[in-house]
Design a protein around this ligand. Structure first.
Ligand code: FBP
Ligand code: MG
Ligand code: MG
Length: 322
């Protein structure tokens, strides 16, 4: 099996970009070590602060954010970073060619119950000079140079794309090394599995309710087949499952926060996952447009998300266009 270092060296990936991916992977090994020690490392519970989006920060949100920030600052080709846990963009090396956005710990509510979480990242290019600005980051997702995640599960996995398919690596603690376990991910176009937080049913817009209600009618309903449901409450784990065996994931707009377009963040969650899903042959939409075509207006922007197996995503989007 190919190691990550060998893969990055042999592939046509820009060598500076390869160094950014390698840096991210190594930093996530440290986050994983903390996670594995759990309570013993004193990392569980709340940090007692809220992030810019008004969400309570877990200790590990802060720890993972700081580890990634310092690692990326030490990477000469990184010009700046933006994180879900930082109020503003952070400058790194003014001459760098890359901007990195990340969700340091996705699925934070799972930390305290010893369940799956992950780190999601996206790499953008920049030709600007001088102090880094938020405006440089506001690029549509289709322009991402790379995107991926590390899943901290029973095994730790690195999944990424540089625009030529999606590959998966598994961390081998015995060799202390990442080994390629899936060369090219292929996402089946059809599925019988969906992921949504069903408890929000009464808050969804009518098209999403109609779509999910038809899935629930199963073989007796208009879809003519029975669907299964899964919800890990960590997008990273739900998307990983979909890349492994297909499915549809959605976090739609809902009326609990009517002025908020969605819960998930465009730059840290929707764009990187959108690139991965598309590169594996799937689709990624809001309820009306392709996610990767959105022109971001601000770094912490939120969007509704529907992604996964191509035919199922198209079907869900059609309910919104009726
Ligand atoms: O608790 P809910 O509303 O089901 O939301 C779960 C969703 O929230 C998120 O955890 C948000 O991510 P963070 O933990 O990074 O804030 C998604 O990963 C997940 O899909
Ligand atoms: Mg998240
Ligand atoms: Mg997070």
């Amino acid at each position: 099996m190919k190691t990550l270092d060998a893969f990055l060296q042999d592939s046509a990936i820009d060598s500076d970009l390869a160094k950014v991916i390698s840096k991210l992977a190594h930093c996530c090994e440290t986050i994983n070590t903390q996670l594995q020690r759990g309570e013993l490392a004193g990392i569980l519970g709340s940090a007692g602060a809220a992030n810019v989006q008004g969400e309570t920060q877990k200790k590990l949100d802060v720890i993972a954010n700081d580890l990634l920030k310092e690692a990326l600052k030490a990477c000469p080709s990184v010009r700046g970073i933006a994180s879900e846990e930082e109020d503003e963009v952070v400058g790194a090396n003014a001459d760098g060619r890359f901007l990195v956005t990340y969700d340091p710990l996705d699925g934070s509510s799972n930390i305290d119950i010893n369940s799956m979480v992950g780190t999601i990242f996206s790499v953008l290019g920049s030709e600007a000079s001088g102090p880094v600005t938020e405006a440089e980051f506001l690029q549509p997702g289709r322009d991402q140079k790379a995107a991926g995640y590390v899943l901290y599960g029973p095994s730790m996995m690195l999944v990424f794309s540089t625009g030529d398919g999606v590959t998966m690596f598994t961390f081998d603690p015995e060799q202390n090394s990442w080994l390629q376990t899936v060369e090219r991910v292929e996402l089946a176009p059809d599925t019988k599995e969906f992921a949504i937080n069903m408890s929000n049913h009464r808050f969804w817009a009518e098209p999403m309710r109609a779509y999910i209600d038809d899935l629930l009618k199963g073989s007796d309903g208009p879809r003519g087949k029975n669907f299964n449901m899964r919800w890990v409450a960590a997008m990273v784990a739900d998307v990983h499952r979909i890349l492994c065996r297909g499915g549809l994931f959605t976090y739609p707009w809902d009326s609990r926060k009517p002025d908020q377009a969605g819960k998930l963040r465009l730059m840290y969650e929707a764009n990187p996952m959108g690139l991965l899903v598309e590169q594996a042959g799937g689709e990624a939409w809001t309820d009306s447009v392709r996610i990767l075509d959105i022109q971001p207006e601000q770094i912490h922007q939120r969007v509704p998300v529907i992604l996964g197996s191509a035919n199922e995503v198209k079907c869900c989007v059609e309910y919104h266009q009726r």
